[in-house]
Ligand binder design. Structure first.
Ligand code: IPE
Ligand code: IPE
Ligand code: MG
Length: 238
């Protein structure tokens, strides 16, 4: 009898893979493939968000960042933006519901001033009730990396800075509370960052997959993690 040897998968991650960031792309196409409205894709994308967070948490990843809505996504047709905004509230509720069970500390990255007061109160509450937990989950909402860097410059100017170090910039970004991503995963087949974590991505590893976000499953996450561990990060050295 011939048995095919099972490929080794990394059971739990270590210090080398502390932070994974996901560009959750492909919801609209996922729905289109099923002849459904794009909103249906966003609903299923939100469902998969929960699964992926749980699985990455189980794998020992300490920081997870997800790109949920960009500063450019407001350009979409009003009915789609409205549907996403309605879902946003569910997204926050889902994240809060995971706080205790999954030990999640929530952070929202981006300019929240654009959202109505009720949404901002929800966001502030989500961050407050989760602040003593240990697995960091960053949700990028109305987020754009260029806007983030410009905002950081403004913060530094307002603090009276006349000379600026790299550390100063990092500490004025929305991600000041965590280390930079080790790995950035983009679903949906496009090979670009779309204004995500431009500063923080300086030495991140990248993984692009054609899989549409609602279809990203545990098997593929294992494959992505294995691939990460096969890479050699040199940071400019040898
Ligand atoms: C990502 O999926 C979710 C958001 C940008 C809000 P898309 O809505 O971009 O889906 P595609 O890329 O059009 O398939
Ligand atoms: C990137 O996806 C933003 C999010 C996943 C939230 P987009 O669908 O907006 O990116 P582009 O427009 O294809 O670059
Ligand atoms: Mg897209």
């Amino acid at each position: 009898m011939f048995f095919k040897k099972k490929k080794q998968t990394v059971a739990t991650v270590d210090e080398r893979l502390k932070h994974i960031a996901f560009i959750m792309d492909g919801n609209g196409r996922w729905a289109k493939k099923r002849s459904m409205p794009r909103e249906f894709g966003h609903v299923n994308g939100a469902k998969n968000f929960k699964k992926v967070i749980r699985y990455c948490g189980d794998k020992g990843v300490k920081i997870i960042t997800v790109y949920a809505f960009s500063t450019e996504n407001w350009k979409r047709p009003k009915n789609e933006v409205d549907a996403i905004m309605k879902l946003l509230s569910d997204y926050i509720d889902d994240a809060v519901a995971m706080v205790d069970e999954n030990n999640i500390q929530l952070h929202f990255l981006g300019d929240m001033s654009i959202f109505p007061p009720e949404t901002r109160a929800k966001i502030a509450n989500a961050e407050e009730v989760s602040k003593d937990k240990t697995l960091i989950l960053n949700i990028a909402l109305n987020y754009g990396a260029r806007a983030e860097i410009a905002h950081a410059c403004e913060v530094l100017i307002n603090n009276g800075k006349t000379a600026v170090t790299e550390e100063d910039v990092s500490s004025a970004l929305y991600t000041a509370h965590c280390d930079d991503p080790d790995l950035i995963v983009r679903t949906g087949g496009d090979l670009r960052l779309s204004n995500f974590l431009l500063w923080q991505a300086a030495y991140a590893e990248f993984y692009f997959t054609d899989t549409l976000w609602p279809d990203l499953d545990e098997r593929e996450i294992d494959k992505i993690i294995d691939e990460f561990y096969s890479r050699k990060r040199r940071y400019g050295g040898l």
